[in-house]
Write a protein that binds this ligand. Structure first.
Ligand code: TYD
Ligand code: MG
Length: 453
């Protein structure tokens, strides 16, 4: 008789304990422990034949360093986020809210790759083949080598992967598949961890690329254990406002490329279409001559993108001033408000301040500091920022404007989008770009003087 034993596992990070715990000692989260049934003896660990996964020690010099050819996905945006396409034998996890377009994206990718090169197997644990077909009918002609299957038993799926000769497999989703050797239900920490482990061994052992769909929790994190993110080679998030058609694909981990790239897509009547010129889209609805609107040039991975920052500052109506920010860290906004107050004499402490980056983009780099500060000051003073000017720069606590990386690239994007003037840090400035008036500033005060005219 196989022996089973109950354990408790943290749904956040996968930490296990023989007892239920109120707070996870690993990740510090409260109320995340649920009961799991531990794997049976002789269970999943030995599920895949050893010869498929075994490797033996060999001199490093004998290991080929030639990169295998990647599968192009049919979307330049996705290829760039992946670092040049899907690497054979890699495990990629795509997370995102329900309805954002994960299944659509991977079905389009599957269809593209199978029409060009390889047999692709699309396994859905959530939809029937008929439902998948109905979705696919919107996406254009289908390739013969695209196989679909509705199955959630992972042992069966692995057998079919071997038998079909598929070189790329989509598993939609990791939370819907299970190993029958485990007693826990699909989606539990134990199942997700073991299923991902099994698929990882299959990918590495047989050189099959596996794309996994992962659901996200309310907080926007991938549901299931943290080990899932550690196990896979690449983690991508598909984000966007549900009521807008734009979708942003963001790499958060990538063993085969940069993890800071983003790709922009639009959901249309015939599936997802890439947006090769995001600056144009993100600036399309910019109000002309409105106070509080400023354009910044931000780097997302290797690519500069122009985004609009909007601020709304007004006298606080309730006692305590409210400060909210979307698309940028709220504490950065608080810091910049303090610098504006102290260094530029703007009395903002009794004002509400709201800030947003339009288009649902999230920016983290300090190079947008100056843009945020100028937007806040512009709204506070009710003076529109010059609409043909782009601003770039980090703001220090002394109100000084600090240099940013890859300034030239950022400014070239500004010129390409029709901007004729830019306000940039004076520190270490040494560049001239035809068609662009470069205004170098040392302090926030100077910058405000240059933009709010
Ligand atoms: P879906 O790929 O099912 O999302 P996920 O797998 O992330 O849950 O996307 C479903 C949404 O996309 C649904 O609201 C319908 C819409 N959609 C289109 O607008 N156009 C299309 O061509 C397709 C296939 C879907
Ligand atoms: Mg789906």
């Amino acid at each position: 008789m196989p022996r089973t034993r109950a354990v408790y596992a943290c749904q956040q990070c996968g930490h296990e304990s023989p007892r239920w715990l109120g707070r996870c000692p690993e990740c510090g989260e409260w109320n995340t422990f649920v009961e799991e049934v531990e794997r049976r003896e002789g269970g999943t660990r030995t599920f895949l034949p050893r010869e498929l996964t075994a490797d033996s020690p060999r001199p490093l010099v004998e290991v080929s360093s030639q990169e295998v050819e990647r599968y192009r996905t049919g979307f330049g945006e996705l290829d760039r986020v992946l670092g040049g396409g899907v690497v054979p034998g890699s495990l990629v996890l795509l997370g995102g809210d329900p309805g954002i377009g994960k299944s659509t994206l991977l079905l389009q990718v599957s269809n593209h790759i199978s029409s060009h090169r390889e047999t692709v197997l699309y396994v859905s644990g959530e939809e029937s083949p008929t439902q998948t077909r109905m979705r696919a009918d919107r996406l254009g002609p289908l390739a013969d080598r695209l196989l679909v299957m509705s199955e959630s038993n992972l042992e069966t799926i692995c057998q079919h992967i071997g038998a079909s000769g598929a070189r790329l497999v989509v598993v939609d989703s990791i939370q819907s598949v299970y190993l029958s050797a485990l007693d826990s239900p699909p989606g539990s920490v134990a199942q997700v961890r073991e299923c991902a482990g099994t698929l990882l061994r299959l990918a590495k052992g047989q050189g099959v690329a596996v794309l996994l769909v992962g659901h996200v929790t309310k907080a926007g994190e991938l549901a299931g254990p943290r080990v899932l993110e550690h196990a896979v080679d690449t983690v991508l998030y598909f984000e966007g406002e549900r009521h807008q058609s734009y979708r942003i694909l963001r790499g958060v981990k990538n063993r085969f490329g940069s993890c800071h790239e983003i790709g922009i897509f639009e959901m249309g009547e015939a599936g997802l279409v890439e947006v090769p010129n995001p600056s144009q889209v993100l600036l399309a609805e910019r109000p002309e001559g409105a106070a509080g609107s400023v354009v910044v040039s931000t780097l997302e991975g290797t690519r500069p993108i122009l985004v609009e920052i909007q601020a709304l500052v007004g006298p606080a109506t309730l006692g305590i001033p409210r400060r909210t920010a979307s698309g940028v860290d709220q504490s950065r906004v608080a810091l910049l408000l303090a610098v504006l107050e102290k260094r530029c004499g703007l009395h903002l402490s009794d004002h509400d301040a709201f800030l947003k980056i339009t288009g649902g983009v999230h920016v983290e780099e300090p190079a947008v500091d100056l843009g945020i500060a100028v937007a806040l000051a512009s709204s506070f003073r009710e003076i529109p920022a010059d609409s043909g000017t782009v601003v770039v720069g980090e703001v220090g606590l002394a109100g000084e404007i600090r240099s940013v990386n890859r300034l030239e690239q950022r400014l070239r994007e500004a010129v390409r989008m029709g901007f004729r003037r830019c306000v940039v840090p004076a520190v270490g400035l040494n560049l001239a770009i035809p068609g662009l008036e470069v205004v170098a500033v040392r302090t926030l005060d100077e910058a405000l003087g240059a933009v709010l005219v």
